[in-house]
Design a protein around this ligand. Structure first.
Ligand SMILES: [Zn+2]
Length: 572
């Protein structure tokens, strides 16, 4: 009997030694989980208990703040005097055979201005890159900015016993033209023409637009159209009031013609600081990110409207001839729609930016906007053309559309190149310092979205200037995820260099909670059936006891070494 048991023991031991499982079981974590010794001990314990084998701690963000020791950045707040968060975390993780990849936030500034970096280098900020909460970005077009970020990342790799370094926000907020002299000049020298056309402050303009528009006007007057003929801007008179619709997510882009039109409408409505409100309905707030509202708020405030963000509980504050701005209010209750109908009919004003595509099912809202249904979703460049029989938008000079399209395409090519240049220089440097270290990047999971922010990770994989990418597929919709796997496998059939990032949180009201375990499990199952070499989770703060028990007792039951791909062509 004893002999048999010993034999079984030996067999199990052998399979551990020679056939050890290789699987990437990673998780992102924030300084709140490791900025003190106690926090690091507690959370590394949880990581180990869930049998994860790779952590990605955020070490550089917030205006150039670090959570490690460096001459290039100040130490983050709340770190005890003399304590080295990353140094301690690496020790604690390695003691439990967990790899550590330092996570850097590259494009987004992550902090209110000026912060550490921009107080020293105000010219390193992207000019006209984004809006509001999302407005402050590094200008990766400037070589000195790229060199600085490279030095930050490589310095950390050199000074610490890391298993890898990791890019995040390695992109811009869109394809907007940087107005700084360097980017304007470098582009002009490279391509032989300027990046921005003359007359950009009047319609017609060519814009990169992603839109889920409303169509089929009933009483609305069309002021401008998209290429497809679908209304781009409408105005609807109803009773004594007016409702204007800008039929795409205009608040998130930068276009002087659009800004001018919004200013014109606010003036037409008599909208000032005291009578203008930005309504974020409870239905929309529950489903969509609040950042969009704050960004739009800052944008409108910049135009002097001074809107206050409210929900339905404050509707009675709005004066009868006041203005309600509705940005991205895709959802709203029927009662709210009826209130808007009464408000506009009685002399109020509404400015819709990005149409209420789902709420349009309410008849009262159809009457407010004067359009009756959703039109087809589209994204890409389109001309916004003033309609001929209207006198609200004063047309500017005509547009050479083909020429403008080429200009736009070349700009995107140029901006994409600047991002890729940073990836290349970090990759080259990292392999010189530590040939065995991995260089990875968190990326947009859909190719079209990645292209839209100049993040050519498909190109990085082809070229070999990144070891692997981690698409952030945080969707709860498994049909969407299935489409993503199909896209990824078209680029990397064996999923050698694409390791999916799954979410373990779900939005709930204004906060977030740990995601339903069945959903987490179903997404991991999709990963397994599609040949993924593991996955990352976002993020550690949602790793609760139930999830730990589920992972350690199920899909991560056996020990595993983290998967890494073979060397890229660049390494040789
Ligand atoms: Zn620039």
């Amino acid at each position: 009997m004893r002999k048999t048991l010993l034999l079984i023991g030996a067999v199990v031991f052998a399979s551990c030694c020679f056939g050890e499982m290789v699987q990437h079981r990673g998780i992102w974590l924030h300084p709140e989980q490791f900025k003190t010794r106690e926090l690091a001990d507690e959370w590394i314990g949880r990581v180990a208990a869930a049998r994860l084998n790779a952590i990605y701690p955020l070490v550089w963000c917030k205006g150039g703040t670090g959570w490690y020791r460096s001459d290039l950045c100040p130490m983050g707040e709340g770190v005890p005097e003399g304590f080295d968060p990353l140094g301690y975390l690496i020790e604690a993780a390695h003691a439990r055979h967990i790899d550590v990849h330092a996570w850097f936030v590259n494009g987004h500034y992550g902090e209110a201005k000026p912060g550490f970096v921009f107080s020293r280098h105000p010219d390193w900020e992207l000019q006209g890159g984004g809006r509001g909460a999302d407005s402050t970005w590094y200008d990766l077009g400037k070589p000195e900015v790229r060199d600085f970020e490279r030095d930050v990342m490589l310095g950390c790799l050199k000074d610490y016993n890391l298993d890898g370094i990791h890019f995040d926000y390695i992109r811009y907020s869109g394809q907007v033209v940087c107005r700084c002299g360097h980017c304007q000049n470098e582009f002009s020298e490279k391509y032989g023409f300027a990046p921005r056309p003359k007359g950009e402050d009047t319609f017609p303009v060519l814009l990169a637009v992603g839109s889920n528009p409303l169509g089929k006007p009933t009483t609305a007057k069309v002021l401008a159209t998209f290429d497809s003929g679908v209304p781009a801007i409408t105005i609807n008179q109803m009773g004594r009031g007016e409702a204007v619709l800008i039929n795409w997510g205009a608040a998130m882009a930068t276009c002087p013609a659009v800004d001018g039109f919004v200013r014109q409408m606010l003036a037409r409505f008599g909208a000032g600081a005291k009578n203008t409100y930005q309504l974020n309905t409870t239905e929309t707030a529950a489903k969509y990110r609040p950042e969009v509202q704050r960004a739009a708020h800052d944008w409108l405030a910049g135009m002097g409207s001074g809107t206050k963000i409210i929900d339905e509980t404050s509707l009675q504050k709005i004066p009868a001839d006041g203005t309600v701005v509705l940005v991205g209010q895709y959802l709203m209750g029927e009662e709210t729609a009826r209130w808007l109908e009464g408000f506009v009919g009685g002399g109020g004003h509404c400015l819709f930016i990005d149409g209420p595509v789902f709420a349009i099912k309410h008849d009262s809202l159809k009457r407010v906007v004067g359009l009756q249904q959703q039109a087809r979703y589209f994204h890409g460049s389109t001309v916004i053309q003033p309609a001929p029989d209207q006198d609200v938008i004063k047309p500017g000079p005509p547009l050479d559309v083909e020429k403008e399209r080429q200009r736009m395409a070349k700009w995107v090519e140029y901006r994409t190149w600047t991002v890729t240049e940073l990836v290349r220089s970090v990759y080259r440097g990292a392999k010189k310092i530590k040939p065995g270290a991995q260089v990875s990047a968190a990326v947009f999971y859909k190719k079209a979205s990645a292209d839209g922010v100049c993040q050519d990770w498909y190109g990085w994989l082809r070229e070999g200037c990144i070891d692997y990418v981690l698409p952030m597929a945080y969707t709860e919709d498994n049909e969407e995820l299935a489409k993503a796997f199909a896209e990824w496998k078209a680029a990397d059939p064996k999923m050698d260099r694409i390791i999916p990032g799954f979410s373990i949180y779900s939005r709930a009201g204004k906060g977030a909670v740990t995601r339903d375990i069945k959903l987490v499990d179903s997404q991991m199952a999709m990963g397994a059936s599609n040949g993924a070499r593991g996955n990352l989770f976002f993020c550690l703060r949602y790793l609760n006891d139930d999830l730990i028990g589920f992972l350690a007792g199920g899909r991560f039951a056996g020990a595993a070494k983290p998967y890494y791909p073979a060397k890229t062509a660049y390494d040789n």
